[in-house]
Design a protein around this ligand. Structure first.
Ligand code: SAM
Length: 259
């Protein structure tokens, strides 16, 4: 009668997928997904009915159209009465439109649909870089969104910028932007951080054979750095947290009343 489970395949091939996600893949009528090439081969070995969505990406094509087609492809299989698995790398629901959308649309049409959590680039980043997001807090933004809108950057917390390789791409049609675009990002960030502030480009490996990349540089050197579609920018805090005396006074008063 048709259903869909969106599963997360994790970041590193063969290492991150939960037993539940694997079981859903094994038992699906069809697995439809968007994953790095080796992961796609591996998924095909688990379930031969694997259909890749990677071919929907094209230079000059608006990514919103690509994502819409991904949802339509998965929904068409659900409507045919198949038990569909949507398989997306990392955590399927992190910085990804189509996986959330297909669950929403399938439920609206009365089909069973849910998402299975997984290991995202963010999870690997915390482990590999030794960052606890709870220590001083952590803000995450899609880079171009941060550039396009008036947002509040808190320089006392970590700032993690996703899709830095697409910084400033307002056309939503490119696979990279470039130095001049990253310079605009640096100009914006320099309103909150010194130009000498050390930032890192982080890339976690997709296979056990790939190397991890953690490259530190001064913020001012970001435009000329090598960034790709898998780069994430990590900006550590540049300032110390300032006490909120008004709240502290209120709490002290409450404590006195409790005694
Ligand atoms: N769903 C994915 C996840 O759970 O991590 C994220 C998908 S999002 C469309 C793509 C962005 O994720 C990249 O631009 C980059 O910021 C980050 N990313 C993807 N692969 C990465 C990797 N191997 N290392 C670090 N960041 C990565």
């Amino acid at each position: 009668k048709g259903s869909i489970v969106v599963v997360s395949t994790g970041m590193t091939l063969g290492a991150h997928m939960t037993p539940r996600c694997r079981s859903y893949i094994e038992h699906a009528d069809i697995v439809i997904g968007s994953n790095p090439p080796l992961v796609e081969q591996w998924l095909e070995s688990i379930n031969p009915n694997y259909q890749s969505l990677q071919g929907l990406y094209a230079k000059g094509k608006h990514r919103a159209d690509t994502y819409r087609e991904m949802v339509d492809t998965m929904m068409a299989a659900v409507r045919e009465g198949k038990n569909v698995v949507g398989a997306f790398y990392g955590h399927a629901g992190v910085f990804a439109w189509a996986p959330h959308r297909v669950v929403k649309e399938a439920r609206k049409e009365g089909y069973e649909a849910h998402m299975e959590a997984g290991v995202s680039a963010e999870d690997c980043l915390y482990a590999d870089m030794g960052i606890d997001p709870g220590r001083v807090g952590s803000q995450h933004f899609e880079t171009t969104q941060l550039m396009k809108y008036q947002r509040q950057i808190d320089p006392t917390a970590y700032l993690i910028l996703w899709q830095v390789g697409l910084a400033g791409d307002t056309t939503v049609k490119r696979f990279s932007t470039g130095e001049a675009y990253r310079q605009v990002l640096v100009d914006l960030l320099s309103e909150h951080y010194p130009l000498e502030h050390q930032v890192a480009i982080y890339e976690c490996p997709f296979t056990a054979l790939d190397d991890m990349r953690i490259e530190w540089m001064a913020l001012k050197n970001l435009p000329s750095a090598h960034v790709s579609l898998i780069s994430t920018l990590v900006v550590p805090p540049s300032q110390k947290m300032v006490k909120n005396q008004t709240v502290l006074d209120k709490l002290a008063e409450l404590d006195l009343q409790q005694e």
